[in-house]
Design a protein around this ligand. Structure first.
Ligand SMILES: [Zn+2]
Ligand SMILES: [Zn+2]
Length: 357
């Protein structure tokens, strides 16, 4: 029986694997390390399986039974409570640390309310298709992976505005630089049933390229105030600092709405072009497809979000200048945007009469 009282599947492989499975029925697993700082649940699970000499699939069956397909979903977002309970119990990990490995941990911080379906603001979608993905929903910093004593994947690498690593001052990458495949580290084993050792978690599942050897590029910033705001937001994600004003969830709501406005097409209103002109940003040819901010490439997101930070750095002055220019409109600033901070409402209220422009 496993920790949840289910019958364990019969051992089919060698003695080593069988012994490891037997050991996993004990109250505490033989190897019971806790998640590393900011580690994703999926990364922790894959490393635990490897530490026990088990395939990811085997450990998944032990935890979830053979009928429950753990990896057919975005496990870091759709994280069953019973799975977290079992993992925390077997590794003597505090429950709040377990929950901290999931994307629910950002609730009330960068988005208001968590839900496990549809678009979740700021969270990069994986676009799951069976056990593989069609979305580039997991980014990485090759330098972080290269300097880790044991490579692992961070939760903040799932955040759409986190486009560069402030620790190493390099752009993140959202796909394999060698073959262009999405980062799906668990597929190194899931897609290779006959292989016991799936190699390093830091290697591409499709071509074996080692992400630690990825070429790096420094991020380009257009303007100092936007860079400061961008840097602060990035470091908050890295160091789990206090989420106090003015970086409350409503701050991120305004940033998200500005990014949404930049991706939407309005007649005359061009908040992206206006901000770009003010800071002398190069023109970036954006994909013409109607996409949410989270669905855009890392280059597009980096461009847009820092122009959003530019507005926020001097919100009253810069939104007012954009309104006078006709780059933003009263209706667009309020459309489908309910959870607004008071200072934003006060600024936008002054734009209600377009004739006073
Ligand atoms: Zn890094
Ligand atoms: Zn590759």
């Amino acid at each position: 029986m496993d920790c949840l009282g289910r019958n364990l599947p019969r051992a089919k492989k060698g003695r080593r694997s069988r012994n490891a499975r037997d050991a996993l029925t004990r109250p505490l697993w033989p190897v019971h390390f806790k998640p590393l700082p900011d580690e994703l649940l999926s990364s922790w699970l894959v490393r635990l399986a490897s530490a026990h000499g088990l395939k990811v699939q085997t450990l998944s069956r032990l935890l979830a039974g053979s009928d429950y397909q753990l990896w057919n979903r975005d496990l870091d977002r759709v994280s069953p409570a019973w799975l977290l309970d079992a993992l925390c119990w077997k590794t003597a990990t505090p429950p709040e640390v377990g929950v901290g490995t999931t994307l629910k941990a950002y609730e009330g911080k960068i988005y208001r309310t968590f839900h496990d379906s549809y678009v979740l603001p700021w969270i990069l979608p994986l676009k799951m298709y069976h056990r593989t993905r069609r979305g580039y929903g997991l980014q990485f910093c090759g330098r972080c992976l290269a300097t880790d004593p044991e490579p692992y994947f961070r939760k903040r690498w799932r955040v759409a505005f986190y486009t560069w690593c402030a620790i190493h001052n390099v752009m993140l990458q959202d796909r394999c630089p060698n073959c262009g495949a999405p980062v799906i580290f668990q597929r190194r084993e899931l897609g290779r049933p006959k292989e016991v050792d799936g190699g390093s978690i830091a290697q591409c599942y499709a071509c074996d390229f080692d992400f630690r050897e990825s070429p790096v590029a420094a991020p380009v910033f257009y303007e100092e105030s936007a860079q400061r705001a961008f840097d602060l937001a990035a470091r908050r994600l890295e160091h789990h600092g206090p989420w106090c004003k003015p970086r409350s969830v409503r701050y991120y709501n305004v940033l998200h709405h500005l990014c949404w406005m930049m991706t939407a097409h309005y007649r005359n209103a061009r908040p992206l072009e206006f901000a770009g002109r003010q800071v002398g940003a190069p023109e970036l040819l954006l994909s013409s497809q109607s996409r949410t901010f989270e669905m855009r490439s890392i280059a597009e997101r980096h461009h847009m979000v820092q122009l959003g930070f530019w507005y926020l750095a001097e919100m009253k002055e810069r939104l007012t200048a954009a309104w006078h220019d006709g780059a933003v409109t009263y209706s667009a600033l309020l459309r489908d945007f309910e959870d607004r901070p008071k200072p934003y409402n006060e600024i936008v209220a002054r734009f209600s009469d377009w004739r006073s422009r």
